[in-house]
Design a protein around this ligand. Structure first.
Ligand SMILES: [Zn+2]
Ligand SMILES: [Zn+2]
Length: 430
């Protein structure tokens, strides 16, 4: 962690505002149970968005709904000063909940992924219900105590983080006209870890993700007459092997990156040589330059292998499920880290580099604002510490997207709410 911002100056002590946290807690816990019990899939967050908009209006925010589908923005204009954007994501996942919680979800809904009418189970398995509840709490607390700070607070609730296109949809629907310029954007995610803790990280924090579907073309023939064929299975196999050299030979060993061929399909029968094969690849990188290098290397190798195999036509490439990298601004992160250290105590953990991906950074990147993204623990402290002691964290602690992922309500909600208030005041309370 870099040293605290020397320019941080005197920041309003958040404890004045957080004295009201107990009052907030009463409605937040009930709200959280409701939200957890009624999850909605990506782009279907209609009830959630309506609840969010109503709460924001009650707190005194100017509210714009229906941005990029179900996106909601609440703005509280409170005099001269910085414009601070806090973001939460609202969507749930097609996962059948197995937590056994009294407020577990039994909801099913039409799958949003493929547009089919198939009913799938729905669960807040990534903890976005925590994010929504905490941001509504922080927005309410800051609104109630608006006499103690100055500036503009923007609370943004986005759809479809899980598909990687929810933030993009709000941007394409005119988000910049709605919120104007922003001095800093911030977001948080609940993760496995001791509930009550927060962790920041400067620089790269979440990977960019790109999925690519590659179709290579051959010439079909009888399995006994390979001389009449261009065998797409052999071609695909050569591509898979050759791709293993991209990360190991073309990316510096100090630069983390992953290239996985997750799926390969070709042919129908042992004695038939098919006429095409399809490979599905997933790429994870932590900066735009490495991302471009790896994606270009994939294209180069696939094209060259098709030529080497005398493929009758060029390959087809389709990029999908794309997420930008999340690279925290050094100065903004240092300022938030210093504010967190002052509020939560000096012994803040560093958020480890995450191989997961997020589309949050699309918002600040489009608005030209620095941003920082931090993690909060959501696991029962005793359970987590026992797993650490036993060396069984990976097997015993449910992670995000698991059907057993169940953040403990407290101190998780208090911590996530406090973190947002403290971070916002690092700009608004100066
Ligand atoms: Zn997720
Ligand atoms: Zn998530």
């Amino acid at each position: 962690m870099s040293s605290p911002d020397p320019d941080a100056g005197t920041i309003l002590d958040a404890s004045t505002i957080l004295e009201s946290l107990a009052g907030c807690r009463r409605w937040q816990e009930e709200f959280y149970r409701q939200l957890h019990q009624h999850p909605e899939l990506s782009h279907q967050e209609h009830q959630t968005a309506a609840l969010v908009a109503a709460r924001l209006r009650d707190s005194g925010f100017d509210v714009t709904e229906g941005i990029g589908g179900t996106g909601v923005v609440g703005q509280l204009h409170n005099g001269e000063g910085p414009r601070v954007l806090l973001r939460a994501d609202m969507d749930a996942l097609p996962v059948k909940e197995a937590t056994g919680l009294p407020y577990a979800s039994t909801v099913t809904a039409p799958s949003s992924d493929d547009g089919s009418a198939e009913q799938v189970p729905v669960m807040h398995a990534c903890g976005h219900d925590v994010h929504v509840t905490c941001l509504l709490g922080a927005a309410d607390l800051l609104a109630r105590h608006r006499d103690t700070w100055s500036g503009t607070l923007i609370a943004l609730f986005q759809p479809a983080e899980e598909l990687g296109d929810g933030a993009r949809g709000m941007i394409d629907d005119g988000l910049d006209d709605i919120v104007g310029s922003v001095d800093v954007a911030m977001a948080q995610h609940v993760l496995p870890g001791v509930a009550g803790t927060v962790g920041t990280r400067a620089g790269a924090v979440l990977s960019a993700a790109d999925s690519m579907r590659v179709t290579v073309h051959g010439r079909g023939a009888h399995g006994s007459m390979p001389q009449a064929a261009v065998d797409p299975v052999v071609l695909a196999a050569m591509i898979v092997i050759r791709l293993q050299g991209v990360i190991s030979r073309e990316v510096a060993p100090t630069t983390p990156a992953v290239l996985t061929v997750g799926s390969i399909h070709g042919g129908t029968k042992s004695n038939v040589i098919g006429d095409h094969a399809v490979l599905e690849l997933n790429v994870r990188t932590y900066d735009e330059q490495t991302r471009a290098t790896v994606l270009e290397a994939i294209r180069r190798i696939v094209v060259a292998e098709c030529q080497a195999s005398m493929s009758p036509s060029g390959p087809d490439f389709e990029l999908y499920d794309r997420f930008p990298p999340t690279v925290n601004d050094d100065d903004a992160t240092a300022r938030v880290h210093a504010a967190f250290a002052g509020h939560f105590g000096g012994d803040l953990g560093e958020l480890p580099l995450q191989s997961a991906s997020e589309d949050f950074s699309d918002v600040p990147t489009t608005l030209g604002a620095p941003y920082t993204y931090w993690g909060i623990g959501g696991t029962d402290p005793d359970t987590y510490r026992a797993a650490v002691a036993a060396g069984t964290v990976d097997t015993d602690i449910p992670v995000n997207h698991s059907p057993y992922f169940a953040p403990v309500m407290q101190p998780t909600l208090d911590t996530g709410t406090s973190a947002l208030v403290v971070a916002a005041l690092a700009w608004l309370g100066r």
